[in-house]
Design a protein around this ligand. Structure first.
Ligand code: ZN
Length: 438
């Protein structure tokens, strides 16, 4: 066993987990009843070819079980080969050994709501911060070309293609317009053929369109997630959605029919009316005694619908908001807490650019807000890792530190079970069994 010197030589020889020069071909998903979900850039990520032993860390494996102190994790090539205590297995002589005493080892973080396509450096920055897999819920695949061709390491990219929307689109640049349910089915197949690993439905779609899109996507083995806002969440969840993006998507379902119609008409007339309108909606809701909210939460639990609240993008504190936005946001937090407590599947989606986090730190802010909503530190970590892997349908290969899984791990200087601030102390990122160098 050679310690640090071997590790440094390794870095010099292998370089980073940047794209391997040989494999530019992305896997194209062909029509099939089900398919295994791979990142669009799966073949471009360098594969580990070494044995790496991470010795002595406090291990939080992503499943929610109690941490293992003084752990040993051995990576062989791109896979996790051993997970246990330090004295339970001998470390091979040729292993690169990382002395992780006093540090904390976690699975790579998974981001359900990443918007980094337009900024080629953002993907690398997120990887450096510990986010090893991202899903962009609504962008053309080509928007990631510059990041993929940059030569810099980037996370696994799970893309949906553009939002499926109807005229007039909320975001013309990233929309694919359909006119009826049948066109929704065609869109799903086109996107899946191009490597989409989820489908994103936008908020003007009818329930009938959402139902057709879900039906077609499920035939292709991929989940559907949606931004609802003016589509009633109860109808949309019953139509078969696998996930809902943004806590604000639940607002109209919590209003009276009349109030919901007024809000809907305002947004139909002017897309920008959502910006203040959503806070007015949430400010007016009673979250402590609200049978509508209780039954909506129950529906999410029964349908096992994933909720990616993206609280950080909506966060308003008194320094940047009036009483309506600040109180509206408090009610959003309460709703997420209520949903989680009832058993809904809550995950971490950063939205990438948010008001109360430095560039690259949106993911950490979302974790802090989920904690504020009522999740424990451990529950927040599970929401960031294995629960998100389930949402992506990649949990058989990613999302936790277990034998046989792909070696995406992060090493932190401090322990986030003590304080989530520790998430900001990522020292080492391992992607696909390779130590990333930035
Ligand atoms: Zn978004």
């Amino acid at each position: 066993m050679k310690f640090l010197s071997k590790y440094l030589i390794y870095l010099l020889l292998v370089g980073s987990c940047a794209p391997s020069p040989k494999t530019e071909q992305a896997p194209i998903q062909k029509k099939a009843s089900t398919h295994t979900i791979y990142a669009l850039n799966a073949n471009e990520i360098r594969k580990g070819e070494e044995t790496i032993a991470i010795v002595g860390a406090t291990l939080i494996d992503g499943t929610g079980v109690a941490p293992i102190e003084n752990s040993l994790v051995i990576i062989k090539n791109d896979k996790i080969d051993f997970v246990g205590m330090v004295d339970e297995r001998k470390v091979e002589d040729d292993a690169t050994v990382i002395d992780a005493q006093g540090k904390t080892l976690l699975p790579g973080l998974i981001d359900a709501h990443f918007h980094g396509g337009e900024n080629a450096e953002m993907s690398t920055l997120f990887l450096k911060k510990g986010v090893t897999s991202v899903r962009d819920p609504g962008a053309w695949n080509a928007s990631y070309d510059s990041a993929r061709n940059s030569g810099r390491p980037i996370p696994r990219l799970f893309l949906t293609g553009p939002h499926i929307d109807v005229y007039p689109p909320a975001y013309p640049k990233n929309s694919y317009l359909i006119q009826d349910a049948e066109e929704g089915r065609i869109a799903v197949n086109r996107f899946a053929d191009e490597g989409a690993t989820a489908i994103k439905a936008y908020f003007r779609l009818s329930t009938e369109m959402i139902a057709a899109i879900c039906d077609e996507a499920h035939k292709r083995g991929i989940p559907v997630t949606a931004h609802l806002e003016i589509t009633n969440a109860i109808d949309a969840v019953k139509a078969g959605l696998d996930g809902v993006e943004h806590v604000t998507s639940f607002g109209t379902a919590l209003l009276s029919l009349e109030e919901a119609e007024i809000y809907k008409n305002k947004v139909m007339a002017d897309n920008a009316a959502r910006r203040s309108g959503r806070y007015e909606v949430w400010n007016g809701l009673d979250m402590d005694n609200n049978p509508l909210a209780d039954s909506l939460v129950q529906l999410l639990v029964e349908h096992k619908t994933f909720v990616s609240p993206t609280l950080a993008i909506f966060e308003r504190q008194s320094d940047r908001g009036d009483s309506v936005t600040v109180n509206g946001f408090k009610n959003m937090l309460k709703f997420v807490g209520k949903a989680y407590k009832a058993g809904a599947k809550v995950v971490v989606g950063s939205h990438t650019w948010v008001p109360y986090a430095d560039s690259g730190d949106a993911y950490y802010r979302e974790m802090e807000l989920l904690h504020k909503a009522g999740l424990s530190n451990m529950q927040t970590i599970v929401a960031a890792t294995l629960e998100n892997a389930r949402f992506f349908r990649i949990d058989s290969r990613l999302g936790s530190i277990e034998k046989g899984k792909i070696a995406d791990l992060i090493l932190l200087k401090e322990n986030p079970l003590e304080n989530l601030e520790a998430m900001k102390t990522v020292e080492q990122v391992i992607l696909n069994g390779v130590l990333c160098e930035f």
